[in-house]
Design a protein around this ligand. Structure first.
Ligand code: UT7
Length: 325
């Protein structure tokens, strides 16, 4: 008998304003045809003036807590994966903790860019299973629109704003088999030699402002397909499972072509993939919990399903989490 971290609730939030490819093409030298063909993106949500990452995180968290059927005061840990914090400090997780009316427990941010949600799951899983905490909230929340160069068509068309959250609870005295609900394993990686492929050119210790996203798209693309395929294989092997055991792949939504190439390499059927990129674009750390919530809300993900989540982002960082629902 052992313990397992079980996801007991999920929620998400998207800002009201939608920016379509056609609207974007009025201000930027691009087209709906190019964006759709190269990425699969059709539209993205953009945070309103005065709407911050913590506001998006707060809304998603309220929905996740409601879905879990617990009160915010039941939480003893909050982790927010974000690369667009409200301020340099305090952590957006601490701001969220205050907004949820909490004074106890711990709250901190994880900076792993698009892999932030997977990194958050990995930390929480270790802390829950070691008995340090009992009930945790993991949020991915971003206002990517605030760190984009809106004159750089190679990057500004790719991203969107949003947030997703999950409530995770420790279940003790359970059999540690691949059939037992909960997180089966997490796998995280980074390679700092590749930092220049995707970075933000500002920060408190360098320029003093937030900077904008800089990306060598083709290079990132190549690493994405290789690293994501490898980390999915690693996660399956760690649990003696096969690609055909996966009921739902919930991938980071950066580019439809990256997802298509990854599933082709894995031999996974297209109808086993949760795809939200057309409506959300790349929401960095928020993209996996947003996609997860979409597939839970419409009933695609059912109790007992095997879920594989994977992501890659700036750093480069990448990772996967495998979950029995
Ligand atoms: O979430 C973090 C991880 N990020 C990623 O995984 C992103 C990985 N990279 C990608 O998804 C792709 O590389 C992009 C979608 C960013 C770009 O697609 P691509 O097929 O690699 O295009 P490219 O950068 O090679 O550009 C092809 C052409 C260029 O024109 P020329 O040099 O062939 O004349 C670009 O100038 O497309 C042009 N271009 C555009 N045209 C219209 C670049 N951006 C645009 C645009 N609209 N928005």
């Amino acid at each position: 008998m052992g313990s397992r971290s079980r996801i007991i609730g999920c929620g998400s939030y998207l800002p009201e304003k939608i920016l379509t490819n056609d609207e974007l093409a009025i201000a930027v030298d691009t087209s709906d045809e190019w964006i759709t063909a190269r990425t699969g993106i059709k539209r993205r949500h953009i945070a309103g003036e005065g709407e911050f990452t913590s506001d998006l995180a707060h809304q998603a968290s309220i929905r996740a807590l409601e879905n879990a059927g617990i009160k915010a005061t039941d939480l003893d840990l909050i982790i927010v994966g974000t690369t667009t914090p409200d301020e340099t400090f305090p952590a957006t997780a601490v701001t969220l903790q205050g907004r949820l009316g909490l004074q106890g427990g711990a709250a901190f941010d994880v900076q792993a860019v698009c892999s932030g949600f997977i990194y958050g799951l990995s930390i929480v899983d270790s802390m829950l299973r070691s008995g340090q905490v009992e009930t945790a909230l993991v949020v991915g929340a971003e206002t990517m629109s605030r760190i984009l160069d809106w004159e750089d068509r190679a990057t500004c068309v790719l991203f969107g704003d949003g947030a997703g959250a999950v409530v995770i609870k420790a279940e003790n005295g359970v059999a540690e088999t691949t059939e037992t609900p909960g997180i089966l394993s997490t796998h995280i990686h980074s390679d700092g030699q590749l930092r220049d492929l995707l970075y933000c050119d500002g920060g408190p210790s360098t320029t003093g402002n937030a900077g904008v996203v800089k990306m060598m798209g083709k290079e990132v693309y190549k690493h994405a397909v290789t690293n994501l395929t490898d980390v999915v294989v690693e996660a399956l092997a760690a649990n003696s499972l096969q690609p055909e055991d996966i009921d739902w792949l919930v991938p980071h939504q950066a580019n439809r072509r990256i997802i298509d190439s990854t599933i082709k390499k894995l031999g996974l059927a297209e109808d086993k993939v949760v795809m939200t990129i057309a409506d959300h674009a790349n929401t960095s750390a928020a993209s996996i919990p947003l996609a997860l919530d979409a597939a839970l809300s419409d009933g695609r993900i059912q109790s007992g399903d095997l879920i594989l989540m994977e992501a890659m982002g700036g750093g480069l960082t990448w990772g996967a989490a495998i979950v029995r629902w």
